[in-house]
Design a protein around this ligand. Structure first.
Ligand code: XUL
Length: 521
């Protein structure tokens, strides 16, 4: 009975999910939260604290140690990893790991020494910049100028030079740490780093996640010479050529065979970005369905029928792991903003839902929030600056129920305003992510977007996407067969829009847009 393991190394946790393609069942689903389980890395929310709000780095050794932890837990939880015929997975997008030696030259991992201790001496840079970093304004401008402007960068790579993207991050490293740059032999994304750990060899970056670097030429599916040159000298030597997302990048390393009982020869399929992986895990890799993912970042994405870029410059084009492209708009004030409101008003997650559904109404009695508790990607807000507009109690921070509704209404209105370029009619929207079972959030999304909101039965769609991609590559199964078995929507949780809310949100969204203009001007 073949089983497949999907991993998702996201901002705040590493998740592992095992499927059985004979029974059509998810047989295990576990998660290791970095802040809670690995406090020695000082990344309470998945990243290191920094005196500069724009700088957001993480410790890559934490991701390595989490891999050992989650596999140990799977085994202790009774999962027979010998039955796993293939592994794939995903990583938070754009984050990068810098190695002093290519893993192709390191030799096999020793099974007797914890993996993070073997990886530590290989790092040429101790920390990894992640997608939340916004410290590269200067580098973005330099790269765009060298290539012939932002529109040119977008035409080649699918996105303008973008603060969190790996190319500008690499350029900053090259400029600010020349000695470490010179010691760097190989650069990985979080996704290819995780696949490299599993194979013990250097795994190539896939086209799905590779498109989030401002380095990939979407037309040729290879690194763009012009973008590489504009980013840093000698960069081509530090990157393996990218591969299609369905490529088998190697076999599981002996370390994992000895420690966790994997079968020797188990195939590892290229890892991809968490959003491209979710596209698969939601069964949405064909154009026609929009997805909202509610995680540390909120994202809106869809498979693209034809490739185009966002005229406003915020949206991105990534590779669709099933072939072609996907569009995405990313909002950094996702769960971090919701969690901050819940913390300030001492609301449990249940209180939060109840406040929205039972204690407040669409339009929130005129209370309105600009929800920028951390620097925002869409629209570009460089300094955290939440702003409250409405009744006195609300503005004075004394109305927790209204605050809960306000943050979610603002997030949904921002999605509505910034996702039109995606070009998919939002009549039915699939939702995924940690918060996708919260009935308060689903209600507001349905009313603001005026769409049927449909969660899937499995909320960890990125790890599920990894398991499905492993099954597809190893068994040669058709995507649609896998989707029919593993991605059924949870119709009981579906939420229909209230038509009476439509005019209310027309007006509130116009007010929101107006206040945004003031903030951005
Ligand atoms: C997408 C993005 C985020 C991260 C979060 O472009 O930056 O959604 O992938 O994990």
């Amino acid at each position: 009975m073949p089983q497949y393991l999907g991993l998702d190394s996201s901002t705040q946790s590493l998740s592992a999910l095992v499927i059985d393609t004979d029974t059509g069942k998810v047989v295990a689903n576990r998660s290791v939260n970095f802040g809670e389980r690995l406090p020695q890395y000082h990344c309470a929310k998945g990243f290191l604290t920094s005196s500069d709000e724009a700088v957001k780095h993480s410790d890559p050794l934490m991701w390595v140690e989490a891999l050992d932890l989650v596999l140990r837990e799977l085994r202790e939880g009774g999962v027979d990893l010998h039955r796993v015929a293939g592994v794939s997975g995903a990583g938070q997008q754009h984050g990068s790991v810098y190695l002093a030696k290519s893993l192709d030259q390191v030799g096999d991992w020793s099974p007797t020494v914890p993996l993070h201790e073997q990886v530590r001496p290989l790092l040429s840079r101790k920390t990894a910049p992640i997608w939340m970093d916004s410290s590269t304004s200067e580098e973005c401008a330099e790269i765009a100028a060298a290539v012939g402007g932002d529109n040119r960068v977008a035409t080649i790579t699918g996105s303008r030079a973008t603060l969190r993207f790996t190319g500008p991050q690499i350029r900053r490293f090259y400029k600010t740490s020349p000695a470490e740059w010179n010691q760097t032999a190989e650069i990985h994304l979080v996704s290819s780093f995780m696949a490299s750990l599993l194979t013990g060899r250097s795994a190539s970056i896939d086209l799905g996640d590779g498109a989030g670097m401002n380095l990939l030429d979407l037309a040729s599916s290879g690194w763009s010479g012009g973008m590489l040159d504009a980013t840093a000298p000698g960069l081509r030597q530090k990157l393996k050529p990218p591969v299609s997302s369905t490529t088998v990048v190697g076999e599981i390393a002996g370390y994992f065979v000895t420690r966790y009982g994997f079968k020797p020869g188990t195939k590892v399929v290229a890892f991809t970005g968490d959003n491209p992986s979710s596209l698969i895990g939601m069964g949405a890799s064909k154009p026609g369905t929009a997805v909202v993912s509610l995680g540390t970042s909120d994202t809106v994405f869809a498979a693209m029928a034809s490739q185009h870029t966002d005229p406003r410059g915020y949206g991105n084009v990534f590779g669709n792991p099933a072939g072609g492209f996907m569009s995405l708009t990313c909002f950094s004030n996702g769960s971090l903003a919701r969690e901050e409101v819940a913390r300030r008003f001492a609301l449990s997650w249940d209180d939060f839902a109840q406040a929205i559904v039972e204690r407040t109404k669409p339009g929130n009695a005129g209370n309105l929030l600009l929800p920028y508790f951390v620097p925002e990607i869409t629209p570009r807000v460089l300094k955290a600056s939440p702003r409250w507009f409405g009744s006195e109690a609300f503005v004075a921070g004394k109305d927790g129920a209204a605050a809960a509704r306000a943050v979610v209404e603002a997030q949904a209105m921002s999605m509505r305003l910034h996702s039109d370029w995606i070009g998919e009619a939002m009549t039915t929207v699939l939702v995924t992510g940690g918060a996708s079972k919260n009935r308060g959030l689903l209600r507001v999304l349905a009313d603001v977007l005026q769409a049927t909101i449909m969660p899937l039965s499995v909320s960890n769609s990125s790890a599920l996407g990894g398991a499905l991609r492993a099954a597809q590559a190893v068994e040669g199964s058709a995507w649609q067969d896998l989707y029919a078995r593993f991605c059924p929507p949870d119709r009981e949780l579906a939420v229909e829009p209230d038509p009476q809310a439509r005019p209310i949100y027309e007006e509130l969204t116009a007010r929101f847009e107006e206040q945004l203009k003031h903030l951005l001007s």
